[in-house]
Design a protein around this ligand. Structure first.
Ligand code: CO
Ligand code: ZN
Length: 327
């Protein structure tokens, strides 16, 4: 799990994926893959075969914030990079790309009643505007600060959405046996801004089938959505989310592969959230797309929680899917 820890620690919000891309590219090359990049920055590792074109995708960006200006008192005002839960931001730590740390404050103590990003600020301890601008410039980005730890079967960190998916892809790339499929492993950009990188990557590849690997909510905490997915319950095979109605052939094939190999799996319908499968499906004349998800609690927080055994189930399922003779 050292690699997963390393992937989560990288500071790479949507559109600023350079550092995470470098690490993944080095790892893919070490595994013997040829890699290339498209104009939106997605990294693509190709292993050619004579069979069907299969695209396996995970996004490498994470949610974050962007500095919009520094006020006279030295506080940084900011905008959202991705779907931030505004009510939860108060008193959280953020880390800018240059290492500057800040705490998110709220103008109004009753902030939770009226959550607006314009009433939040980042306190970097600067005494005035000039001091703030010496540390953080307009347009600089930051991500949550959230230390990685493992405890029993669970792993907690920032950015497990979707570095867990990136880790799974790299493990599959390294452990896969013979495959006739023409395989494209895509590490996409800007997912958190609206599934953007996967769209151009899919257009460049035009696969026959695609599987997006991402995190999904669970329905097993005291306050949670009603949902038939639980932490530790196995790889979640996606049926539907906000962005996609998955291809029935992809769903059934993934289920059959899981059954045949005795891989723990469950069924995912995500009511609130989308995945790269959504834009991949709508690319060109359409792509048959599905998803394999890692159940996760506290998504889009500095303390996202996943299960180690679920990650292993996802690896086994995707590895078998890559080896499967798609027709
Ligand atoms: Co996300
Ligand atoms: Zn995600």
């Amino acid at each position: 799990m050292e690699l997963l820890k390393k992937l989560t620690e990288v500071n790479a919000p949507s559109g600023r994926e350079d550092d995470i891309r470098d690490i993944i590219a080095a790892e893919a090359k070490r595994l013997g893959y040829e890699v290339y990049e498209d104009a939106l920055g997605s990294l693509i590792a190709h292993r050619s075969g004579n069979g069907k074109k299969l695209m396996i995708d995970a996004h490498m960006d994470e949610i974050g914030i962007i500095a919009t200006y520094a006020d006279d008192k030295g506080y940084i005002r900011f905008g959202a990079v991705g779907g931030l839960e505004l009510k939860e931001l108060h008193k959280r730590r953020v880390r800018f790309s240059n290492g500057t740390m800040g705490i998110i404050g709220a103008e109004d103590e009753k902030f939770e009643k009226k959550a607006e990003i314009s009433s939040l600020y980042i306190d970097i301890g600067a005494k005035d505007k000039a001091a703030a601008e010496a540390l953080v410039k307009t347009g600089d980005t930051a991500v949550f600060d959230g230390r990685y730890y493992e405890q029993g079967d669970v792993i907690v960190s920032k950015a497990l959405d979707d570095r867990a998916g990136c880790y799974i892809l790299l493990r599959v790339m390294g452990e896969m046996d013979k495959s006739d499929n023409d395989l494209y492993f895509v590490f996409s950009t800007q997912e958190e801004l609206g599934l953007r990188g996967a769209r151009t990557a899919a257009f460049g590849i035009m696969p026959d089938y695609a599987i997006a690997v991402d995190v999904t909510d669970t329905g097993d905490t005291p306050s949670c959505p009603v949902m038939d997915v639980r932490l530790g319950g196995g790889a979640a095979i996606k049926v539907m989310d906000d962005s996609v109605m998955c291809d029935i052939n992809v769903i059934n094939t993934l289920r059959e592969i899981a059954e045949k190999n005795g891989i723990p799996h469950q069924t995912e319908i995500l009511a609130d959230g989308g995945t790269d499968a959504g834009t991949i499906a709508m690319t060109g004349g359409g792509v048959r797309a599905g998803g394999v998800s890692v159940p996760a609690r506290y998504i889009h927080s500095p303390s996202e929680m996943v299960s180690r055994s679920d990650i292993e189930s996802c690896i086994r399922l995707l590895r078998a899917a890559c080896e499967f003779n798609w027709s």
